[in-house]
Structures are given as C-alpha cells and as structure tokens.
Design a protein around this ligand. Structure first.
Ligand SMILES: Cc1cc2nc3c(=O)[nH]c(=O)nc-3n(C[C@H](O)[C@H](O)[C@H](O)COP(=O)(O)OP(=O)(O)OC[C@H]3O[C@@H](n4cnc5c(N)ncnc54)[C@H](O)[C@@H]3O)c2cc1C
Length: 399
C-alpha cells in the first residue's frame, strides 16, 4: 500500500471504475443519476458494429434478473429484439445416453428461462448510453500506470500522466484484474486446463427455443438457440481436444459438433469461425477493502457450464450501486460501507462457484462409481419438482 497526499486541485471523483466491459459499463450507468461523480477508464476503444448482419460468436444466456436490471438502465429497450432468442425449454443430458433433466418455462409459469444475446450488441448499447451520459467521465482508450491507496482516497495514474483521484476504485477489469493485483488482493486461481470453444451454426432442424446441454466425458457441450434455424455453441474441452477442434476444416467441425450433439438438430453449417477462451475458477480472498471493490470477473470467474458469469457480474453492479446510493453520510470508499456490498453478494457467488466447480469435477472424472452417481443424480433431480424450482430460481437471478 502506498501513502500520498491527494492533490485536491484535480477533481476527486466519488467512484472511478476501471474496465468498461459489460459489468463496469452497467455499474457506471446505474450510478449515473445517483449524484455521485463517476470516472470510467477503459483500455480498448469501442468496436464499431459490422456492416453485415453476421453473428457474434460470443453470446450470453441473460437471466430474467439481468434483463430487468438492463431494463432499469434503459438498455434492454434499445436492443434489437429480432436478434434475441427466448429460451423456452432446456434439456440437459448425462453421459450414459439416458439420464436427462428438463426445464420448461411454460410449466414453471414463466415467459422464458433466459434470453440469448450477442456480446457486441449488448456492449454497443451500453456504450451508446454511456456516451449520452454527461455524468460519467470517460477515459478511453486509456492505460493505467499506477494505483496508490491512502486512508482518505485513492489515486489512479494513467500512462499519459492523467491523475484520477477517487474515493472508491472499482475493479471491473476482468478475470486477471490489474486493480486487484495493485490493491494486493490475492486470488485463488484454478486453471481447468480447458478451453471454451464457441461458434455459430445453421441447423437443419428447428430448435424450438430449446437450449441443449450434454455432460460428456470429454467436456460439456451446449447448443444455445439463436433466431431462426441457428445455434451458438459453447463446448468446454481439455486444451488439446479444443485445439484439435479449432484446426478442423468447417465441414469436419460441423460433423463433429453434430455428432457430439447426437444429431439433435440434424446437419450443421458453420456460420462463424470457432474461437476459444481459457477457463479458470478465480476466487479473490476478499471482494472489498477500504477504497476498493471488485465486481464482475475481477471478483469471480466461474466455469461457463451454467452460463452465469455475466449474470453474476450484473448482480454485483446492481448491488454495489444500491449500497452506494444508500450510503448516508459515509464516503463511497468507506470500508464498513463496502462490506455491506460484500455481504450482499457472498452467498450467491459462493453458490455459483460451488455448483459450477462441483459439476465440472463430477463429470470430469472417469471413475465408474461417479458415473453412476452423476447420472442417477440427474435423473432423480428431474423427478424432484422442488429442487428443480430452486435450481431455476438461481439460474433466473431471482434469488
Ligand atoms: C466461453 C465462455 C462462455 C460464456 N458464456 C456466458 C453466458 O452464456 N452467460 C453468462 O452470464 N456468462 C458467460 N460467460 C462469462 C462472461 O463472459 C464473463 O463473466 C463476463 O464477460 C465478464 O464481464 P466483465 O465486464 O466482468 O469482464 P470483461 O468482459 O473481461 O471486461 C473487462 C474490461 O476491462 C478492460 N480492462 C482490463 N484491464 C484494464 C486496465 N488495466 N485498464 C483499463 N481497462 C481494462 C477490458 O478491456 C475489458 O473491456 C462465458 C465465458 C466464457 C469464457
């Protein structure tokens, strides 16, 4: 920790957020009308949307809870509904070819289980709203050079010499957070030695708004419905298998993905080239310390098998904005105030870490006994309405 005297001639912001990904941007917007002064620092200049109607291979299953939050921010209404899919049903299969777990929006009395949405459309909508929000001071593209933390404020120094004193620094800078490291917050990093392979396909058969997921010995494969006869896949595979998949010619890749998906939607045609992301479980020791709060992947990276990473992040942004709005006479970086945020988020984050890590371990074990346990567990859960409701509640972000 560094000690310094804050230069009060430069504007001292109430909150400086580092990282304008989905989570950092949503937090800045959630604070826009709070009366707090907000700085948002982002390293990468915003990407222009492609002119053609091509599909982003980075897509998200957005929970109803996240959709409501985005609606409160005025973002949901600005999205193109034609490029969004409502997930009406979900079918999860074990690795014995028989056991399965089904969720159905209609039976649960819901309009949908989740929405499938492209990353770049959501990011662009958030960015447009930020540019129209004079209350948020944008520093972009900007690289952080140093972070100094003192008892009464913190100070972020940018590469170009700009100084940003702030009462609170929020780390929204992703899984390998620079702010987290500068603040000396240690994080447990479990490398799954897997890559999440993503790609989009046209399908011969209609998906009917159903998301499919197969837990298989080599990894977890998800088919997520896009508008029309299209799907997006997320396939978590050991690194060597994933690299092998990335090397395949388009026809061979389509055949491989269709086979792994038991030909459920017939033949596939590749729409966007496959890309891959390394998978980690990252658990920082703390979510806050005086003058620092972690949100989004900086606060927790989880295995994508439950499709909940960014949903957790939006819930962080909502919770932190709520705590700051209700701060009373306290300043934004007050350690006791920030602990309220940490307490509010602890349970949901821990539950998601346990579920995703537990499932990944359970299905990643070759031992026959575990094979029996996991498939019987899946089939039994399918018959237990109460447990299914609880799982659904968690996934919908309505906990
Ligand atoms: C294959 C895969 C599939 C997934 N599918 C889903 C899904 O279906 N549903 C779901 O909810 N989640 C999903 N996730 C998780 C989701 O992608 C992440 O949880 C989410 O993107 C995290 O958002 P973030 O804003 O916290 O971090 P990031 O998206 O990593 O954004 C961090 C931002 O900070 C900026 N930045 C970094 N360092 C600095 C710095 N020093 N200075 C300034 N700026 C900086 C970066 O440029 C970036 O813009 C998936 C993840 C993977 C890998």
């Amino acid at each position: 920790m560094f000690f310094f005297k804050v230069n009060m001639t430069a504007q001292t912001f109430d909150v400086a957020i580092v990282g304008a990904g989905l989570v950092g941007s949503s937090l800045a917007l959630a604070l826009r009308d709070s009366g707090l002064s907000v700085a948002l620092v982002e390293a990468r200049a915003p990407q222009a949307l492609p002119e053609d109607a091509s599909w982003d291979n980075r897509i998200y299953a957005i929970s109803s809870g996240s959709a409501q939050f985005l609606e409160q921010l005025g973002i949901w209404q600005a999205l193109d509904a034609q490029r969004m899919t409502r997930v009406e049903a979900m079918a999860i299969f074990g690795d014995d070819g028989q056991s399965r777990l089904d969720f159905n929006a209609y039976e649960a009395g819901l309009g949908q289980l989740a929405y499938i949405l492209e990353n770049r459309l959501l990011q662009a909508a958030l960015w447009r709203a930020l540019e129209a929000a004079p209350q948020v001071h944008l520093f972009c593209p900007a690289s952080c050079a140093a972070l100094a933390i003192a008892t009464d404020a913190a100070r972020l120094s940018l590469d170009d010499g700009t100084e940003i004193p702030a009462k609170l620094i929020v780390a929204a800078d992703g899984a390998h957070s620079w702010v987290r490291q500068q603040a000396g917050i240690k994080a447990h990093d479990k490398d799954y030695r897997q890559l999440g392979v993503v790609a989009n396909f046209a399908t011969a058969l209609p998906h009917q708004g159903t998301a499919f997921q197969w837990f298989q010995p080599e990894g977890v494969l998800a088919y997520l419905p896009l508008p029309g006869n299209r799907i997006s896949i997320v396939w978590s595979l050991q690194e060597d298998l994933a690299q092998g998949l990335l090397q395949l010619a388009p026809d061979a890749l389509c055949a491989r993905v269709a086979e792994a998906g038991k030909q459920r939607l017939g033949a596939l045609e590749l729409l966007t080239p496959a890309a891959a992301f390394p998978l980690h479980l990252i658990e920082p020791d703390v979510l806050t310390q005086p003058r620092i709060a972690l949100v989004g992947d900086a606060a927790h990276q989880v295995h994508p098998l439950a499709g909940q990473g960014v949903n957790l992040g939006f819930a962080d942004a909502k919770a932190l904005a709520g705590v700051l709005a209700a701060r009373g006479p306290r300043d934004c970086g007050d350690g006791y105030l920030l602990r309220r945020f940490a307490r509010a988020r602890r349970e949901e984050i821990l539950a998601m870490q346990l579920v995703t890590d537990g499932l990944q371990n359970l299905f990643n074990q070759p031992r026959p006994m575990l094979g029996w346990v996991r498939n019987v567990g899946l089939a039994a859960t399918n018959r237990l309405t109460w447990i299914k409701q609880q799982l659904l509640k968690q996934a919908l972000g309505n906990t």
